[in-house]
Structures are given as structure tokens and as C-alpha cells.
Write a protein that binds this ligand. Sequence first.
Ligand SMILES: Nc1ncnc2c1ncn2[C@@H]1O[C@H](COP(=O)(O)OP(=O)(O)O)[C@@H](O)[C@H]1O
Ligand SMILES: [Mg+2]
Length: 245
Amino acid sequence: MEDIIVCEGLNKYYSGVHALKDLSLKIKKDSVVGLIGDNGAGKSTLIKILSGAHQPDSGHIYFEGNKVKFKSTKEAMNLGIETIYQYSALIPEMSIARNIFIGREQTQYNVGNFGLMKTKTMQDDAMKALTDVELHLRSPDTPVNQLSGGERQGVVIARAMYFKSKVLILDEPTNHLSVKETNKVLRFVEGLKSQGVTSIFITHNLSHVYPIADHLCVMARGEKIADLDKKDTTIDHLTDLLVNG
Ligand SMILES: Nc1ncnc2c1ncn2[C@@H]1O[C@H](COP(=O)(O)OP(=O)(O)O)[C@@H](O)[C@H]1O
Ligand SMILES: [Mg+2]
């Protein structure tokens, strides 16, 4: 299987804090990678670099075999790397459909003579995107503030899938969610694989990602301390790595 992302020797400093230490990592296409580690391990720093939000102080990133240097999240998004933060940028008062197309209406659906038709197309497309993540019980006109936390994550995932992201990065997507909602998010992410989306699922809660991960990467103090296929490890082994670093 080919690697969709390769990182080589990434370092990141925040005014004196060495947050990422010589980190190298390969991510296989169409896999679910669980990126785990205690708070402060450097997980968010790594994914902010992969998503273009931060630039590394040294090291290289390759995407689909080509060397890349993202200056913004937009550049990463244009190549198909979409990131979902825990408190995602959904606008609660707006409908599911509007939220799916936020920030993209202008480029994808120009207003003007075709405005009305495009609104209809957006509604239909939103419906399809929602069905793809099994959120079909909701109307696309439902305001996001009427959805549960798990369903909100579903909307963001639907949006990433609609815009054909190749890599979806989820930073602690299950924090503050109920068990039922957590399971819903896990099902969404599990479904991405069959649709050709690679996902990187970040959490400090191993039990959330273990069931759906193909590969586990453990970080501590800014370093990668383990990088294992699930078949080569156990939940006990990973817990020991997490606790004892
Ligand atoms: N913007 C920042 N400025 C200064 N220090 C930061 C900043 N962001 C993160 N850090 C520090 O970098 C380290 C790694 O943080 P982070 O990547 O957020 O870890 P994690 O996501 O694993 O909890 C921590 O010591 C954290 O305090
Ligand atoms: Mg974090």
C-alpha cells in the first residue's frame, strides 16, 4: 500500500518549548491512524503542521509523493487535507446545508442568474452528503444547534467527504461526547475508509480510537515513541506506553 503522507524529521519550537522533536511518520493511503498521547505530547502541533496552520522549523512533508510546504490551511485543503477541530467551525444558528457549504459558496456556487438553481443543487448535494454519513434522518434545513454533539461531528465529516478530501484529520473529535455519540463518530470515521479517505484520529483516550484504527502512533514529550500496526500490538501494550511513556 502506498503512503499518502510522509513526514521526515519535523521540529517545532514555541518560544523555548521544543514541542515536536525530529518526528518522522508515514501514513498509508485509505487507513485509519490513531494518534495517541497524553496532554502536551505534541499531537496538535503535529497535525497543525500537516494541515498548514503552523510551519515546522525544520523537516519535510511529502503528500502523494510530492514535497509540500503549506503556508496556510487553505493550501492543504486545496490538496485534499481537511482538519476537524474539537470545536469545529460550525455556525449553530445556520442550517446543516448552509454549514456544509460555508466558505465555499462563492467559489463553487456563484450567485447571480443561477442563484436559485444553485440553492436547490446545494440542498440536494447536502442531502446526499448527509446520507453518505448516515445522517439521513435530519432535514438539511435543520439548524445545527438542534443537533447532538455526535451529529455535529457528522456534519463536519459529511462536509469533508462532499468536498472529496483525501485525508481527514480529527483532533480529539470525541472529547465531551456521550458514549452513544462517540460511537456515532467512530462509525462515521470507519465509513470513510471504504470511500477512499485516509483519516488521522487524535485522542488521549485510547479506547476511543482502538476499535477502528489500523495503525497506532504514540507520542510523548514531542517525540514519537511507538508506531505500530494494530495486529502487532494490544490495548494493554499501548496503555503501558501511554502511561509510562
Ligand atoms: N501556541 C503555543 N505556544 C506555546 N507553547 C505551545 C503552543 N502550543 C502548544 N504549546 C506547547 O507545546 C507542547 C505540545 O502541545 P500540543 O501539541 O498542544 O500537545 P497535545 O495536542 O498532545 O496535547 C505543550 O508543552 C504545549 O504547552
Ligand atoms: Mg491537542
